[in-house]
Design a protein around this ligand. Sequence first.
Ligand SMILES: [Zn+2]
Length: 133
Amino acid sequence: MARVDCLTTVFVEDIPEQLDDGVLYVSRQCHVALHNCACGCGEEVSTPLVPTEYDLVMEDEGASIWPSIGNHDFPCGSHYIVKRGRIHWAGKMSREQIEAGRAYDRLLKRGAQPKGLRAILAWIKRLWIKFIG
Ligand SMILES: [Zn+2]
């Protein structure tokens, strides 16, 4: 198991039992993408491809996933951005950054937002971009 710096995208119908390092498995049917944590720890990272979770865009060079992948629940705590098939290491997030990200997620998942909430959302997003890029 070694750290990888890029992910090769493979489109699958069913997610295989065993994932290879450095491969991003995308199942459009299941609305999910999976890969082994890029740090090489062997943990499986699942990114649901639904509007409130992750967005995957295929480009010539490879897949881009947004937002960043924060494996805060794994011992490695790795955090990175997948852009055009390459891993951009983002460094560990502080507890405050993780909470800001989760708060942002929660707001997004609530769906319809009154005006005031929209402003808060924009503010959190600015913070998010400032810290994470
Ligand atoms: Zn890891």
